[in-house]
Design a protein around this ligand. Structure first.
Ligand code: GN1
Ligand code: MG
Length: 338
């Protein structure tokens, strides 16, 4: 099936005259497509869901549809989040091979960042993620599917790393032993969030800084994107992952580890921004564990990248050999600075 066959199923303003791949995400395949109608050109995001990562992609779409609908009843800014319907009235296209495609409006005049260095942007991003959680606080978490079981269950990732070490299927262990040993030395961190009896909420679960669109007009609120992992979770997973990605002084795959450390000004701004919108619903137990959450999630990501390296790079997209090992080392450098 060609891209043209796929786009012809959606209600778009005209034929697609141009497309380009956006290769920043680590999981899905994403295109920016341009449709022409008369003299007007309009861009859209067309994306297929990685069914190796999300074995039931339609459940991902049901979650997104449900969450967008719920937010729509509470917030007038719903143009921020919407799905372009298909000609048959559905909201996503399922192909016989289990591939699912969806189409979103392209938000023009916005920017994304792999890293930021502005406390103002950090504050705004964190407030947007907190606001996202707040708007879903009255939706029963059990109404959403757990599309990737135990997605932020850090002890499970720790166990998966040990299994990969044991198996060493592509014989990369020797080059990664120091990183494995360091993660093992941090085992006590793995259970701090999951075993604390914190309340289940609906969370975003992928709050990295590149999943926020910043309008170039600073008076407009940032837009939370990539709702694929919206599902039941802990509020602190989102906060921890946000600090992990947005308070880092360098991109997630910076190789010069002397450049990788947590920027305390950014961390402070993220904490204040998050509490400005989430402070009202967080429990005292959640507030108590807030400072440690970034460490747990950074260790989790280091474990995930290292496991994928040891298993031969089957999960995260890589751009060069050893990319996942670079990411793991980067995350461990970040962890050590926290
Ligand atoms: C993946 O697809 P993307 O790039 O938004 C991953 C996240 C990781 C992130 C690390 C479904 O997110 O959990 O934190 O890479 N998503 C999934 O960059 O595994
Ligand atoms: Mg994602």
């Amino acid at each position: 099936m060609t891209l043209q066959d796929i786009t012809s199923r959606f209600i778009l303003p005209g034929p697609v005259v141009y497309h380009e791949e956006i290769a920043t995400g680590l999981i899905n395949t994403t295109f920016a497509i341009t449709c022409r109608s008369g003299k007007t050109e309009t861009r859209f995001i067309l994306q297929s869901i990685n069914s190796a990562v999300f074995p039931e992609p339609e459940k991902v779409m049901e979650n997104i549809f449900h969450v967008i609908g719920h937010i729509g009843t509470r917030d007038s800014h719903t143009e921020q989040l919407c799905l372009i319907p298909l000609l048959d009235g559905r909201s996503w296209l399922k192909l016989p091979d289990n591939t699912v495609w969806r189409c979103y409006p392209f938000h023009e005049n916005t920017e994304t960042f792999e890293k930021i260095n502005s406390p103002q942007l950090a504050y705004r991003a964190a407030a947007a993620f907190g606001h996202f959680q707040a708007r879903l606080a009255d939706l029963d978490p059990s109404t959403l599917h757990e599309t990737i079981p135990k997605f932020h269950h850090t002890p499970t990732y720790y166990a998966k790393l040990l299994a990969a070490v044991e198996k060493n299927p592509v014989e990369r262990l020797a080059g990664a032993q120091a990183e494995v040993d360091f993660i093992i030395s941090q085992k006590n961190l793995t259970t701090l969030l999951t075993d604390a009896g914190l309340p289940q909420r609906i969370t975003h679960n992928d709050t990295k800084i590149s999943n926020i669109l910043f309008p170039t007009n600073p008076n407009l609120p940032p837009i939370v994107i990539d709702l694929d992992t919206v599902m039941p979770g802990l509020a602190l997973f989102d906060f921890g992952d946000l600090v992990r990605s947005a308070a880092s002084s360098a991109a997630e795959d910076e190789q010069d580890l002397s450049k990788v450390y947590v920027d305390e000004n950014l961390r402070k701004a993220l904490t204040e921004g998050y509490l400005s919108t989430a402070g009202d619903f967080l429990t005292p137990e959640e507030l108590k564990l807030l400072p440690v959450a970034p460490k747990v999630i950074t260790l989790e990501l280091a474990s995930r990248f290292l496991t994928d390296h040891l298993l031969g790079d089957t999960y995260f997209k890589t751009k060069y050999p050893g990319h996942n090992l670079v990411r793991a080392r980067n995350q461990l450098a970040l962890l050590k600075s926290m």
